[in-house]
Design a protein around this ligand. Structure first.
Ligand SMILES: [Zn+2]
Length: 333
């Protein structure tokens, strides 16, 4: 059996290739991909911003929704025809590791334990989460990456609800943070230089909105700042923003690899702590479940464009995302 997949051949060069379906090894499933989306991680991979890429040529994508077509007998957590969320985030089960496909022309193509820019994919069982039913598949796609990262960032790091949180960057990650922050913070400040994104941010829970950190009134006392921009210059400003004696910086944006920041140690001495989203490596199943329940009645269509992309116009999806036209391109396989 042959199936189409987007393959990164070298920096900035993607080809749609026909790959051969291999026999499944222990702890692997074969999935028909239904939806997939793009985040800044793939953009950085494609643009060569994540350091030396030793896996080229390789498959791409780490967020998707699919249906189980086949499974190795060692896989017990799902059955044939189950709908699953595909994610880089670890859930129950063993990690089967990456695989090497063969293209129809005999070329070896690498893939990690999960990839989603393809009609079908061999996936490791610890990279799938069984979703309840086939309702709202589009919305559930968001569990794969941004929403789960936001959930972990705010739930693992901060338990005080009567505080002011400032979310910097209102792309997929920032908007996800607003949805989670609404559950627990008194005041939500949102920042983005893109007016369209700021309008959405206000609509879903942002209270005070600014186009830059510099516009926040000096009198504003910020308890927690979540940095989602992936922009080093903005990050440096963000770090200086939380209040002394107990303020917190949560850094979750996608920054280019090997870009360092200078840090005034007095920020730390004065009691500001810094952390990320993934403070433990526990399987995420329970949190996936809670999140799936939380978003059940949410209308999250604002994340996606009206336009549906396909594997054949995959490059256009990347371009529109990179240009900031859309929060998340929705690719229907
Ligand atoms: Zn992602």
């Amino acid at each position: 059996m042959l199936f189409k997949a987007a393959v990164l051949i070298k920096k900035n060069k993607i080809k749609i290739l026909n790959l051969k379906k291999p026999d499944l090894k222990p702890n692997q499933v074969f999935v028909k991909i239904i939806y997939s989306s793009i985040c800044h991680t793939q953009l950085q991979e494609i643009r060569g911003l994540r350091g030396f890429d030793k896996f080229l040529p390789h498959c791409l994508g780490h967020e998707g929704i699919g249906k189980i077509i086949e499974k190795h007998k060692t896989v017990k957590k799902v059955n044939i025809k189950n709908y699953v969320c595909l994610s880089w985030i670890n859930s129950r089960g063993k990690n089967a590791g990456g695989i090497v496909y063969e293209s129809e022309n005999g070329q070896k193509i690498n893939a990690g334990p999960v990839h989603t820019f393809a009609e079908y994919a061999v996936i490791s069982e610890n990279k799938i989460y069984k979703i309840k039913n086939e309702k709202n598949l589009k919305t559930k796609l968001l569990l794969s990456c941004a929403l789960s990262t936001a959930y972990n960032a705010l739930n693992n790091n901060d338990n005080n609800t009567s505080k002011t949180i400032c979310i910097v960057g209102c792309g997929g990650l920032g908007l996800s943070c607003i949805l989670i922050a609404k559950q627990k913070y008194k005041k939500i400040i949102v920042i983005d230089r893109n007016t369209k994104k700021l309008i959405i941010a206000k609509k879903i829970g942002g209270m005070d909105a600014y186009s830059s950190i510099d516009e926040i009134p000096a009198s504003e006392k910020i308890d927690v700042i979540v940095e989602c921009t992936g922009n080093i210059d903005v990050l440096i400003k963000s770090i200086n923003l939380p209040k002394k004696f107990g303020g917190k910086v949560i850094i979750i944006g996608n920054y280019p690899k090997n870009k360092n920041i200078e840090l005034d140690p007095w920020i730390i001495i004065d009691g500001v702590t810094m952390t990320g989203a993934w403070t433990n490596s526990k399987p995420f199943d329970q949190s996936f479940k809670k999140l799936e329940k939380l978003i059940k009645n949410y209308n999250l269509n604002f994340f996606f464009s009206r336009k549906l992309y396909s594997l054949d116009n995959f490059s256009k999806a990347i371009k529109d995302f990179e240009d900031g036209e859309i929060i998340r391109p929705l690719i229907k396989m």
